[in-house]
Design a protein around this ligand. Structure first.
Ligand code: 1GP
Length: 232
């Protein structure tokens, strides 16, 4: 187990909550970087270059940077860890395994800490970029049993994290019912993101079982509100 994962798992085990800011390299504004987040995730489904962004974050603050790549071209060994993700909704080998094979040699050679993650796309009320690019169908929020089954499958496959994703800019974030059901069904650190744009929504996600909450869009549009969230 690598240093970053150990840190996440230990904090989650103590019931501590972690706030993550997602930086999309295509919309990066270095002037909004600050301390106060537990992690920065860098990546995005449209695939902009991550290396310069990671370097700039490292210069600006002490927060660990974890890659959340939309495709193998976004790989950079300068990050502190890499989320090696499986889109659990997909049935397409070009999404499920080809990119992983393509990047395996480079990842191993770099020595970067790699965290296998089950990524579950949930219907957030509008077609997400991930859905558009991968053709994967999000699970409707009311199909809790299906979402639980995907999370259990991910755990059985050896994933170390589960990410419930409503999609960037989702109209409806992942519901309390879904988060609660997954929390009860699996014992891995749980990440929730997509469409969260208030302190209340963030707190609700934490209170119902999320260990990490990821916010991207809202902080791009309202960097002046970051402090309200990090204070909590
Ligand atoms: C997207 O879950 C993240 O992958 C964050 O979503 O941009 O809507 O905050 P938002």
């Amino acid at each position: 187990m690598g240093k970053i994962y150990k840190h996440i798992a230990e904090r989650a085990g103590r019931g501590e909550k972690m706030l993550v800011r997602l930086i999309d390299p295509d919309k990066f504004d270095a002037s909004t970087l600050c301390e106060g987040f537990d992690f920065y995730f860098v990546g995005g489904s449209t695939g902009g270059d991550c290396s310069e962004v990671v370097r700039t974050i490292h210069k600006a603050c002490t927060t660990p940077v974890i890659l959340f790549p939309g495709n193998p071209r976004q790989f950079t060994s300068e990050a502190d860890a890499l989320l090696f993700l499986t889109l659990m909704n997909s049935r397409d080998p070009r999404i499920l395994i080809d990119p992983h094979i393509q990047s395996a040699d480079e990842i191993v050679a770099s020595g970067i800490e790699t965290i296998p993650m089950g990524y579950i796309l949930i219907d957030g009320g509008r077609v997400s970029t991930t859905q558009k690019l991968t053709g994967a169908q999000p699970v409707p929020q009311q199909n809790t049993d299906d979402i639980v089954r995907l999370a259990r499958t991910a755990q059985l496959l050896g994933k170390r994290l589960i990410y419930l994703e409503a999609g960037s800019g989702a109209l409806t974030p992942v519901s309390a019912e879904v988060i609660c059901a997954i929390r009860q069904a699996i014992d891995l650190p749980l990440i929730v993101g997509g469409g969260i744009c208030s302190v209340q929504q963030m707190s609700d996600a934490f209170d119902t079982g999320a260990d990490l909450v990821v916010i991207g869009n809202y902080f791009e549009q309202h960097p002046e509100r970051i402090r309200e969230f990090t204070r909590r």
